[in-house]
Design a protein around this ligand. Structure first.
Ligand code: DX5
Ligand code: ZN
Length: 231
């Protein structure tokens, strides 16, 4: 099975700035600004107005970001029927594609298709979805995304109860013995980053905390890294 050449450094905690929090008129500038910031990848939120009550970021914007940055692009598809669009997003520049368990009746097949496209495969669960929905697909999963907010909008507060789910997913990955990243998304900032890491998260998505930092996104990444305890 072909796999992406992007191999995240194992054992490290990674920061993934979410461009949903950037100026939507200037995505290319936003990703350029992150060069050398300590961000390891860029998180791109795709919304269809059906799976979530909001619209965001299409293929043209993904293409523009691909041209503007060498950082891996991790797409978070908050859309129904993602299988119809996986190849399109890959061709637009995706290095990783995350789909929602709630939107995929054949999640195992969808994750295999993502890997066959030479992308890292990700499976996400909403706050109301039990962690068990991830357990049977960990062997075809490069990343497990535990949503720490109800998806659809940036700038929300982290739902503390979801951190227990992060710990359970992490424990199950260890038990099964697969190499799967655990990502948290929503309300991750200087106040909450440490608790996410302590719960077992290895990838921290941060939109508002990075792009609304008063001193700019580079300072925003640095602040979240420090808060998360990254050297
Ligand atoms: C929301 C998105 C998040 C969003 C997080 O559904 O999935 O990636 O950008 O934004 P903050 O970091 O502001 O909570
Ligand atoms: Zn996201």
């Amino acid at each position: 099975m072909p796999r992406s050449t992007w191999t995240p450094c194992p054992g490290a905690i990674h920061i993934a700035p979410s461009v949903l929090g950037a100026d939507h008129g200037a995505f290319a500038d936003a990703v350029r600004a992150l060069a050398g910031s300590g961000a390891e990848r860029i998180h791109v939120d795709v919304m269809d107005g059906v799976f979530v009550p909001n619209f965001a970021i299409g293929t043209d914007a993904v293409r523009a970001m691909r041209l503007a940055s060498d950082l891996p692009l991790e797409l978070h598809l908050m859309i129904v029927e993602p299988d119809r669009h996986l190849r399109t997003f890959k061709e637009a520049g995706a290095d990783g594609i995350t789909v929602h368990a709630e939107a995929c009746p054949h999640l195992h097949r969808t994750l295999c298709t993502i890997r066959d496209l030479d992308c890292r495969s990700g499976a996400a669960i909403n706050p109301s979805t039990p962690t068990e929905h991830l357990y049977e697909v960990l062997e075809v999963c490069d990343l497990a995304l535990v949503m720490t907010i109800d998806p659809g909008f940036g700038g929300q507060q982290l739902i503390e109860r979801t951190l227990g789910k992060v710990a359970r997913v992490r424990a199950e990955i260890r038990r099964q013995g697969f190499d799967v990243e655990v990502e948290v998304d929503g309300g991750v900032d200087t106040e909450t980053a440490r608790a996410c890491v302590d719960a077992g998260a290895t990838v921290l998505v941060a939109g508002t905390a990075v792009f609304s930092h008063p001193d700019g996104p580079v300072a925003g990444v640095a602040a979240v890294r420090t808060a998360a305890g990254i050297e």
